[in-house]
Write a protein that binds this ligand. Sequence first.
Ligand code: GLC
Length: 417
Amino acid sequence: MNLDEQARDILRKNDKGGYTLPTHGLYPYQWNWDSAFAAWGFTTFDPDRGWTELETLLSGQWNDGMVPHILFHRPDPGYFPGPDVWQGRGPIASSGISQPPVAASFMAKMLAMDPAGEARARAMWPKLHAWHRWFMQWRLDEGAVCVTHPWEAGRDNAPDWDGAMKAINADDVGEYTRRDTSHVDPAMRPTKYDYDRYLKLVQIGASVNWDQAKLRAINPFRVADPTMTFTLLRAQRDMVDMGRRFGEDVSEIEDWIKVLEAGAETLWNPDIQGYDSRGVHAGTFNGVLSNASALCWYAGLNDARALPAIRRMIDAATYALASFDPEAEGFEPLRYWRGPTWPIMNYLVGSGMEEQGIDALGARIKSDTALLMQQNGFAEYYNPHDGTPAGGGTFTWTAAVWLGWAGRNLEDKRGAA
Ligand code: GLC
């Protein structure tokens, strides 16, 4: 099988009928931003299935507009923490937090690939609008979008959260059995210290029934995050374009874009010459240069200030773009979001650069992404120094990135950047 066929095969095999698993075993449910990537991947060969994926995701939307980060369609004992721990209150059993809102941006791409899906996109537009409003209502700090749990950013154990995690007392979290470390080498997963705190934050949210006003008052964890801020900013721009086409009033969204642009600026940390996360309770930057710092181009901000540090990060590894600065203390090339290269982030960053005319660097990120998959298959993430595949295998969103981007119009641009 060639790589296109292998990638399509992964999507089909992870398809549970209406939704797609990130990978069998490790992630046995529907994850929010994975699903948006899956929808786009399917659209390259089966648009109808692509639209269905997004519709299923939005069918889990809560009354308050939130679209959960996990939908537990069918119970699976192989995953912890499950629906009984989260106690979500939506129409489908779910977690109580959200994830980076990339769905609208993928919907815009899908509409361009399959204009016949317009009626389905039009029906989803108001739901996405309500979800984005929920972020604007509950998650802003000085215009930047905050996460209330490390998993909300999709970068679960990134060093960004270390400061805020220290402030959490998890002594009373109780006994529990992790499942992730029975699927994957513990050295590639978050530590027990982290996991205790992840769970404690779930318990805190469930204790107030995920009431956002109450949660805001008691949650010890609130971090303004570049992943969220940049993906939402991009999504709002795509919503304006689609909304105009559908004859919707987009003035409110245009105002939100201004708020988010100002918010993005509050994440610029001159000390690291990059966009950084900010602890809201501590009132300080975290000093973390990550792959999320490089999402500014994707957000439509063509910021020359941000280029040198990202270029240095790319030069410091073999395969762009490490999830954490390879030259920073605490970099771990195989531990999840503390070093490995993630194809999905490479797509967001690299395609954003291509759109903004940062051609050589965008092409470098794209060809490195393709190389990783050609040499090492469709893994969850890879060691940025030697390309070792890590985490889960036969991964849905990695396959989608191949089909939608990395495997298209391939030229070897290594060295040109
Ligand atoms: C991990 C990742 C998260 C992803 C999920 C499913 O939790 O950190 O971003 O959505 O796995 O793939």
